[in-house]
Design a protein around this ligand. Structure first.
Ligand SMILES: Nc1ncnc2c1ncn2[C@@H]1O[C@H](COP(=O)(O)OP(=O)(O)OP(=O)(O)O)[C@@H](O)[C@H]1O
Ligand SMILES: [Mg+2]
Length: 341
């Protein structure tokens, strides 16, 4: 199951979004720090410092941006890095902001260079220079902006240039959620969906959700469908696991793609090392899909390793698939592992 969703799923996803910090589950440290930043801004009757939110997909960056605007009682403008290819695109957005408005820029690491430079000045001095004319006759016309709060989101904080990162007064890094936290997310969602699930049922869904609320909510919807068709009144661990088996989500949260990557790695390449693109071809997927959708989770779970010579299956991958590694595969120490990632 990929992290991008179908349009209908997006509507459902929006309905389950918590609207205030109180309903936002987990991420205790970020929540406390952010709450302090916002409270201080309210006391000073100023706009809040700019906020950068980083972390893997589906952990709540967009949700938090919306909550920031709501908590500041401010309007929210939404755009994204890929939508801002020219400095002019950004100038148009910035010059139409109203005082105190929250500007949310998703995927901020994908903004173009000239736009980025315009943003530096806007963030720091609430001012932009609009260039009028071309060549030698070009002049920069300064334009004052009303104070606003920029909320930037990125899945790749490491890709942000230093000068941009430094201009955020507060950076919140979102971590994967524990099973307990995901259970809380699910309890809230089940209530909103008017769905009866017992405690073991929540645990079952939560433990297959890869530490990600978006996935947890999506799996819950699949379990709901299954229960509806099978006329199950209250979902328990058994019905949840039966439902998810049917959607090919296993007990550890691996889906069909994850398992086919691991099984290709083990059965076709003797556990590796094998290059990413070769592996992607073997499972009939785009390299990027394997790299961004399957791999981060598999690495985090200790099932797949990245080495300078390619991808390798870790001991747990073999046992998870019920396979025995060929003799000698794990004789080389783990020192060859690229611990960077
Ligand atoms: N802390 C949370 N508590 C409850 N629900 C949450 C929480 N975080 C995320 N969710 C749920 O997960 C869904 C995905 O969250 P969100 O869209 O904010 O993720 P994101 O980090 O912006 O992802 P992406 O990087 O893909 O844009 C939301 O619809 C929301 O219902
Ligand atoms: Mg988002």
């Amino acid at each position: 199951m990929s992290s991008t969703s179908e349009p209908e799923e997006r509507v459902l996803e929006a309905a389950l979004r918590p609207k205030n910090l109180h309903d936002f589950v987990g991420q205790q440290r970020v929540r406390e720090q952010l709450s302090l930043v916002l409270e201080a801004a309210r006391i000073r009757e100023r706009t809040s410092d700019h906020v950068l939110l980083s972390g893997p997909p589906g952990l709540g960056k967009t949700t938090l941006a919306m909550i920031i605007a709501a908590e500041m009682n401010a309007p929210l403008r939404i755009s994204s890095g890929p939508a801002i290819q020219h400095a002019g695109d950004l100038a148009a957005i910035l010059s139409s902001l109203t005082e105190g408005e929250v500007l949310f820029l998703d995927e901020i690491h994908r903004m173009s260079r000239p736009a980025e430079e315009m943003l530096y000045m806007a963030m720091e001095d609430f001012r932009v220079d609009i260039v009028v004319g071309k060549g030698a006759g070009a002049t920069a016309v300064p334009l004052e902006l009303p104070p606003f709060t920029l909320v930037g989101a990125t899945t790749r904080a490491g890709l942000l240039p230093g000068p941009l990162r430094d201009r955020f007064g507060f950076t919140g890094h979102l971590e994967f959620y524990s099973v307990d936290e995901l259970e809380l997310v699910l309890r809230r969602s089940a209530m909103l969906m008017d769905l009866k699930v017992n405690s073991a049922g929540f645990t079952e869904v939560a433990s297959r959700s890869r530490g990600t609320p978006r996935i947890a909510n999506r799996l819950l919807r699949r379990v709901r469908d299954w229960a509806l068709v099978h006329q199950i009144e209250q979902i328990d661990a058994r019905s949840a696991s039966q439902a998810l088996e049917m959607y090919e989500v296993d007990a550890r949260g691996l889906d069909r793609l994850d398992r086919s990557v691991l099984s290709a790695l083990c059965t076709k390449f003797g556990g590796g090392p094998v290059g990413l693109s070769t592996l992607a071809i073997a499972v009939g997927e785009e390299t990027e899909t394997v790299e961004t959708v399957a791999e981060p989770f598999l690495v985090r779970e200790g099932l797949l390793g990245r080495t300078p010579r390619g991808r390798i299956a870790m001991p747990e991958a073999w046992s998870h698939l019920g396979l025995t590694p060929p003799a000698g595969v794990f004789d080389v120490g783990q020192s060859t592992l690229d611990v960077d990632e």
